[in-house]
Design a protein around this ligand. Structure first.
Ligand SMILES: NC(=O)c1ccc[n+]([C@@H]2O[C@H](COP(=O)([O-])OP(=O)(O)OC[C@H]3O[C@@H](n4cnc5c(N)ncnc54)[C@H](OP(=O)(O)O)[C@@H]3O)[C@@H](O)[C@H]2O)c1
Length: 278
């Protein structure tokens, strides 16, 4: 069946996540509030924020302004590094919920693994499991986890994250990680899915965009959705909020293959690797 802006994918805990969400990193103040309001009015059901983005209040105000009913929406936040640990992460969620003006979030993520003190990240994961039991979040997951870090987490606790939110775009096709996550039913959420608009003039992307009568950003987002990934493009502009939602079209096999091997491989966000001693 053809996907639409309303399409959702079922996570390993049976919660359904919309394929499309609005990213909000660097979205601040009035711009953030208005972007969230407009996206929700336009038909987005999903917003991605984080304690570290310093905009949970504005995201909360934006969804209130939209008049949308809470149970139609999917709101994600993330535990910032300084709030990791069992007690701190629990307390920090209470503050996030107040800022977001909601009684629960749909998805709670560990924003970054603490590779220098992984025990702290394990304690954070235990806290997330407890918070889900208490009904303060519906789903729990991680972000910026490599295969090695996921293995390490699962060696300690056998509760599989529902989501791994990682950088993923046509210039960073993380095939091995994608296949590993598929094998464990961990849904990849693609962040920076249009590579922060840095390569929209790429020849192949331009060629494919012309062929489908779409824009380069739409092609990059469609490529993720065609790989069955959730995408969370960020913009504060109404026209781009609309543009970034018109991404539910099929790319043919040749175009998918061409986009899979687009180079040069570019990682925009440096991640923490596991120490070599592991
Ligand atoms: N978990 C993590 O560690 C992590 C890390 C990074 C990002 N994220 C999440 O993922 C979201 C998306 O990633 P991102 O913000 O890094 O990058 P992105 O969504 O790939 O790109 C955002 C940039 O592209 C511009 N843009 C948006 N739509 C456009 C379009 N149709 N045409 C041209 N330019 C466009 C935006 O500018 P305007 O706003 O001016 O339109 C902004 O500068 C974040 O906002 C955040 O929610 C998570």
């Amino acid at each position: 069946m053809e996907k639409t802006i309303k399409s959702r994918i079922t996570l390993n805990d049976d919660v359904e996540i919309p394929y499309l969400g609005l990213g909000t990193w660097l979205s601040r103040g009035r711009d953030c509030r208005q972007a969230v309001k407009y996206a929700l009015e336009y038909g987005y059901d999903h917003v991605d924020t984080a304690q570290a983005y310093d905009n949970e209040n504005e995201v909360g105000d934006g969804w209130k302004d939209s008049g949308r009913s809470r149970d139609e929406l999917f709101i994600t936040t993330k535990i910032r590094n300084s709030n990791q640990g069992f007690e701190r992460s629990k307390q920090s969620l209470t503050r996030s919920l107040q800022a977001l003006q909601t009684e629960y979030v749909d998805l709670l993520l560990i924003h970054w693994p603490d590779v220098n003190n992984f025990e702290r990240t394990i304690q954070t994961w235990r806290a997330l499991i407890k918070l889900r039991e208490e009904g303060l979040c519906r789903s729990i997951g991680v972000s910026n986890f490599t295969i090695r870090l996921l293995d390490k987490l699962l060696e300690e606790i056998d509760v599989v994250p529902a989501v791994n939110q990682v950088e993923f775009h046509t210039f960073l096709f993380q095939k091995e990680l994608m296949e590993y996550c598929q094998g464990k039913r961990i849904q990849i959420e693609a962040y920076s899915p249009i590579a922060r608009a840095k390569f929209l003039d790429n020849d192949q992307i331009q060629r494919i965009a012309k062929k489908y009568h779409k824009t380069p950003a739409q092609v990059m987002l469609a490529w993720c959705v065609n790989h069955d990934l959730v995408v969370i493009p960020k913009t504060v502009h109404k026209d781009r909020i609309e543009e970034n939602a018109d991404i539910f079209f099929e790319l043919d096999d040749d175009d998918m293959k061409a986009l899979n091997k687009l180079g040069p491989e570019t990682r925009l966000v440096q991640i923490s690797e596991a120490p070599p001693s592991w």
